[in-house]
Design a protein around this ligand. Structure first.
Ligand code: NAD
Length: 371
């Protein structure tokens, strides 16, 4: 099995990363109203173009876009001509909605495309988000939002300047199991949380871009750990004030040249609660567990695309199967149509990259780093 295939089969096995909703500014509303006529192309749905046709776009997002009610797969951007042919046939895409990385900017002239979904390796998120916003499109960008906070700032500024919305591919905000953890935690159904822990790890194959710091921006913390810190925040309803972190000796220096292999970190929450998290590219874990005054609640697996399992001291969770990605993209399409900010906006992605930067600093210095 090739590395690409093995990552894909891993993701397939995975079955697989509470805000106010302020109205966007009046200026943006007016601009959006004038564009409203060019929106809602197919049966009132907004057109989405996927940028980067790798494992996640092909395995999850395109199939989910066959189930969405408020948006549809209108176009693609790819650097691989053979993929353009295969996708055109599979999804019945017109030639005029197929772009490559060179003519990407000309998407601004295409009224079929309302939303650009950036599904490229992490180091390309900022560039393709900024270019997409300059082309006058709303943007969904995959996690992690970018590889530095400075890039996140550029992305947010570009979308603001264009009067377009920016959202991050945080699909678990639309998953019923994770939403139940959020409800149990934030509504203190079992009282105050006294202990919370989360881990997400898998064994990475040699040679994948996720092991290259220039492309990934870091190691498993960037790719998997971001789910743990997100989960702690939506379960507790709090953001960390400080972090500490420890890394461990590298088992294979050839494989882990400039990224961490395994990282444990702690997040100090404003009420003194310490969240314990761990991520690794040479272990297997996938859980979120909270222990409170009067009971406990947990997910294991917690972060998959489907097949999640939830338990509480009061009984089992059981929700019907749904597409997290279809819910996520429909929610964004509705945010655009209703001119309301996404519940997973660029600012949330930036917040998380800021925490990641603090965790890396704590890892390097061995010190407690305030966020
Ligand atoms: P992938 O390697 O399967 O696909 C990446 C795509 O980008 C490929 O089509 C590749 O051809 C293209 N590409 C263009 N320039 C490239 C370059 N310089 N190097 C490598 N590839 C290049 O990756 P993926 O798993 O689809 O991940 C893409 C993004 O989606 C990442 O940011 C990842 O974190 C995110 N993702 C999110 C989820 C989720 O559940 N939200 C799941 C998987 C991946």
């Amino acid at each position: 099995m090739s590395q690409q295939q093995s990552r894909r089969s891993f993701l397939q096995t995975l079955g697989l990363a509470g805000l106010s909703i302020p109205l966007i500014s009046a200026g943006n509303c007016n601009e959006q109203q004038s564009k409203q006529k060019s929106m809602q192309n197919k049966d009132g749905k907004l057109g989405i173009a996927l940028v980067g046709l790798g494992g996640y776009a092909g395995g999850q997002l395109a199939p989910a876009l066959q189930q969405t009610e408020h948006c549809y797969l209108a176009g693609i951007v790819t650097g691989t001509p053979s993929k353009a042919i295969a996708w055109k046939e599979k999804y019945n895409l017109p030639d005029k909605n197929i772009y490559n990385y060179e003519n990407y900017d000309s998407i601004k002239d295409n009224p079929d495309i309302d939303i650009i979904y950036v599904v490229l390796p992490n180091h390309m998120h900022a560039e393709y988000t900024v270019r997409g916003a300059k082309a006058g499109k709303h943007i969904i960008c995959e996690k992690p939002m970018a590889i530095t906070v400075a890039e996140c700032d550029q992305m947010i500024a570009a979308c603001k300047e264009a009067g377009k919305q920016l959202s991050i591919g945080y699909r678990l905000h639309f998953d019923p199991y994770n939403l139940e953890m959020k409800r149990l935690g934030q509504q203190k159904v079992y009282g105050d949380i006294k202990k919370i822990s989360s881990g997400f790890s898998f064994v990475a194959q040699k040679g994948i871009w996720r092991l290259d710091k220039k492309i990934a921006g870091g190691g498993p913390l960037m790719d998997l750990g971001v789910y743990c810190l997100q989960a702690v925040m939506y379960t507790t309803g709090m953001e960390p004030v400080a972090v500490t972190a420890q890394t461990f000796p590298i088992s294979d220096p050839d494989k882990f040249k400039d990224i961490e292999e395994t990282l444990a970190w702690q997040m100090e929450m404003p009420n003194g609660l310490i969240a314990e998290c761990r991520t690794s590219y040479s272990e297997s874990s996938n859980f979120l567990k909270a222990e409170a005054e009067k009971g406990w609640f947990e997910l294991q697996p917690a972060f998959n695309y489907s097949g999640l399992k939830g338990n509480t001291s009061g009984g089992q969770m059981d929700y019907p199967r749904l597409s997290q990605q279809a819910k996520q993209m429909d929610a964004f399409a509705l945010s655009v149509k209703n001119k309301q900010q996404s519940i997973v906006p660029g600012e949330m992605g930036r917040r998380d990259v800021k925490i990641i930067e603090a965790i890396y600093e704590a890892m390097k210095t061995g010190k407690r780093v305030t966020v």
